[in-house]
Design a protein around this ligand. Structure first.
Ligand SMILES: Cc1cc2nc3c(=O)[nH]c(=O)nc-3n(C[C@H](O)[C@H](O)[C@H](O)COP(=O)(O)OP(=O)(O)OC[C@H]3O[C@@H](n4cnc5c(N)ncnc54)[C@H](O)[C@@H]3O)c2cc1C
Length: 399
């Protein structure tokens, strides 16, 4: 039942809360400079977090998705960018080590990299033309067989912690594939001939994720770094949508919690001259706080429930829909809560370097972050109305 957490889940959440307090002390600096939070990644590595969702049989901690949700909610409340970028590691490692579609020797190699070598793994599926609008991902980056490996050409975008991670899982399209849903994930090391990075991540929020762009030109990847290949990526995506899509939700839940905590502190501390009571006593302030509390708690319960259901039932249609529901609800909640908190903080809160100002910008990305709000609603509706996606009229006129 939700709320009946195991001792391990509670201990992990507590440790993450402690780490989040430390990460929060550096969040402003990394946000201002849009710099990689290298110190935070180093701490997470030393804590053994790279192996959190590696199955126990492969030397990891093998935590379930609910434990992951509790952990990343706590981390997200400290430094949102650290939590969001670092989550890419879990969102790549989890599916690859769990999937039946991944070869055993590949799993051994990956687990060794992550557990023994403590390598940090980023993930880059997106490209400039990526869109969820038509429910599919056109992959322009091509991989061609060459010299016993794969020669890769293409431009990728939005790769969180790209130059902080040791390797990046890059989604490509194999030249010898046929279907439009085909794909191939290659493990690209940080330093390799043919790879250049464009540091263009100067964004509104989640600035320290440094989700930069990467150009791959005749980049040769050895054959044993082919992690996954399929003619249809949809079953892989659906089987692991907890890690691939659902794992960011908790981070934004943490952002909402942080804004809620901060504004309560502000209104309790602030006493206008000439009055004996703090702003917290003002009826409008009380009402706003109560509304935020209701929004936050409902988002939290929907999120925990989705994680619990996914752990209990596996990747059923109900569980996957619950993950989309949670992402939608949290995206709306974080955008609303951070905006209300900023408004209540007033002009005092809008200065650069202020906690509420940063959380407002980070929170604004909640509904935009994949799976986006509209895409989540699209998937919820398909399930709730029992619709066949292939029968849906295309929303845009084909070229
Ligand atoms: C902070 C951050 C970090 C990221 N990190 C990574 C990373 O590490 N690796 C990586 O590969 N990618 C990453 N991404 C990229 C992200 O996951 C998306 O692939 C990328 O944002 C491309 O989508 P888009 O929002 O530009 O476009 P779209 O998918 O086209 O979305 C734009 C808008 O179109 C509308 N829309 C989209 N789909 C539908 C639909 N089905 N129905 C109705 N309306 C719809 C929505 O309003 C949506 O907000 C990151 C993004 C962010 C914001």
């Amino acid at each position: 039942m939700i709320g009946d957490f195991t001792a391990e889940q509670i201990a992990l959440r507590e440790r993450c809360r402690e780490l989040a307090q430390e990460f929060a002390t550096r969040a402003n600096e990394h946000d201002r400079d849009a710099s990689h939070p290298h110190e935070n990644y180093a701490i997470l590595r030393d804590e053994g977090f790279h192996a959190l969702n590696v199955p126990a049989a492969r030397g990891g901690r093998g935590i379930d998705f609910l434990a992951h949700t509790l952990a990343f909610e706590a981390l997200g409340a400290g430094c949102p960018s650290t939590a969001l970028a670092y989550n890419m590691h879990a969102s790549m490692v989890g599916p690859l080590l769990e999937s039946d579609e991944v070869a055993e020797e590949t799993k051994v190699m990956l687990a060794d990299l992550v557990v023994r070598e403590k390598a940090l793994i980023a993930g880059n599926f997106s490209e400039a033309s990526s869109t969820s609008l038509i429910g599919e991902r056109h992959i322009a980056t091509r991989a061609t067989r060459d010299a016993g490996g794969w020669r890769v050409n293409g431009r990728k975008m939005f790769a969180s912690m790209l130059q902080a991670a040791d390797h990046c899982c890059v989604m490509t399209y194999p030249d010898d594939a046929n279907g439009r849903w085909a794909g191939m994930v290659l493990l690209v090391p940080r330093e390799i001939a043919g790879k250049t990075v464009t540091e263009n991540w100067d964004t509104l929020g989640m600035r320290a994720t440094r989700s930069d762009s990467m150009l791959l030109e005749d980049c040769l990847i050895p054959a044993d770094r082919l992690l996954w290949r399929g003619e249809d990526m949809r079953p892989f995506r659906e089987a692991h949508s907890n890690w691939l899509w659902g794992s960011y939700t908790a981070v934004y839940l943490g952002v909402a919690q942080a804004a809620y905590d901060e504004i309560r502190r502000v209104v309790q501390d602030r006493r206008p001259p000439g009055y004996s009571q703090s702003l917290a006593y003002h009826p409008d302030v009380r009402r706003h706080v109560a509304e935020m509390s209701a929004t936050l708690e409902s988002a939290r319960l929907v999120t925990y429930h989705s994680a619990w259901l996914r752990d209990r039932d596996g990747p059923t249609a109900e569980a996957n829909t619950a993950l989309f529901r949670a992402k939608y609800v949290v995206g709306e909640a974080v955008a609303r809560i951070t905006r209300t908190a900023l408004t209540m903080g007033g002009a005092h809160a809008i200065f650069k370097g202020g906690r509420l100002e940063q959380l407002f910008r980070d929170g604004a990305l909640g509904p935009i972050m994949a799976p986006q709000a509209d895409f989540s609603l699209h998937n919820i509706a398909l399930h709730e109305l029992d619709l066949d996606e292939d029968e849906i009229v295309h929303p845009l006129k084909p070229a």
